[in-house]
Design a protein around this ligand. Structure first.
Ligand code: SAM
Length: 270
């Protein structure tokens, strides 16, 4: 584990290449090394390696990356989240980041008066869910996360009595409008809560070393320059329609972060 004290001096910086300096900052996206140590636990690496070993690159690449995990953990603290809903568990990477963030905020694990753990994560695959549960045990966060298996279009509706402070939506893109409307219509997200929708820009909007791709008002959904296409065109069209839908929804305010394949933050305006 690095410490912030290994920062180069001003003199040493003169012999640094920009790439070396970027590499330095890539590991220091927060000023709090305790937070980084908490947020990038070795177990997340283990989850990635195991997912890669079992399913290969295409599936493993669906897990969020470290920086997104750190950012989402920061947002957990920002909104004071106590209860989190995740749609799309896969093998558990994002849920582990959320659990560590809750721990940092002093939230206790275990089943509460609602009969649930602080994080409910939904996935359609029993196989992924089982691997995720093993990963949660190994990461020491199994008392923070419960996985409910089934099509989230159905399981979500069965949770409509519950209220969450943060909803992270990262499952099948076609269903984003239904997930959004079900959560809003049933008041499942607190008025001060936060939605995070992943992959809303369809393609890698930014590469680490590039400047952000400007998205203009007349951009077509499928012709954003500057990145490999990670998802099918069906998904891109569904996401485009979803983006337009929430952009015009006067109940909410939306900011799409140009990170990875786009991360939309959505909050209620009043
Ligand atoms: C992008 S992955 C989630 C990655 C995870 N959030 C992470 O960072 O590790 C999408 C997941 O959504 C699940 N999924 C797809 N369609 C679904 C549906 N209709 N209901 C519930 N889960 C679904 C898939 O099985 C897959 O595990």
């Amino acid at each position: 584990m690095f410490t912030l004290s290994d920062a180069p001096t001003r003199d040493e910086l003169k012999s640094y290449s920009l790439d070396r300096l970027r590499a330095y900052y890539a590991l220091r996206v927060s000023n709090n090394d305790t937070l980084l140590a908490d947020y990038i636990p070795p177990t997340v690496d283990g989850v990635r390696r195991r997912t890669l070993g079992i399913y290969g690159e295409e599936i493993a690449a669906m897990s969020i990356e470290d920086y997104q995990g750190i950012l989402q953990g920061f947002l957990v603290g920002l909104v004071g989240a106590r209860r989190i809903l995740e749609i799309g568990t896969l093998t558990g990477t994002s849920a582990i980041y959320f659990a560590n963030a809750l721990k940092r905020s002093g939230i206790k694990g275990g089943v509460d008066e609602t009969g649930h753990k602080p994080i409910i994560s939904l996935d359609i695959s029993e196989e992924f869910a089982e691997i995720a549960r093993q990963n949660f045990v190994e990461a020491g966060v199994d008392d923070y996360i419960e996985v409910i298996v089934g099509d989230a279009n159905k399981t979500l509706a069965s949770l409509s009595d519950l209220t969450f402070d943060l909803c992270f939506v990262d499952a099948d893109k076609i269903s984003y409008p239904n997930y959004y409307e079900t959560i809003v219509a049933n008041n499942m997200l607190n008025k001060k809560g936060l939605f995070i929708f992943d992959n809303t820009a369809f393609v890698k909007v930014i590469k680490y070393t590039d400047t952000p791709v400007p998205v203009t008002a007349d951009s077509k959904p499928l012709d954003l320059p500057g990145g490999e296409r990670l998802i099918s065109e069906d998904y891109a069209i569904a996401l485009h329609e979803f983006n337009e839908y929430i952009r015009k929804d006067t109940r909410v305010e939306v900011v799409m972060l140009p990170l990875y394949t786009g991360i939309s933050l959505v909050r209620f305006v009043n």
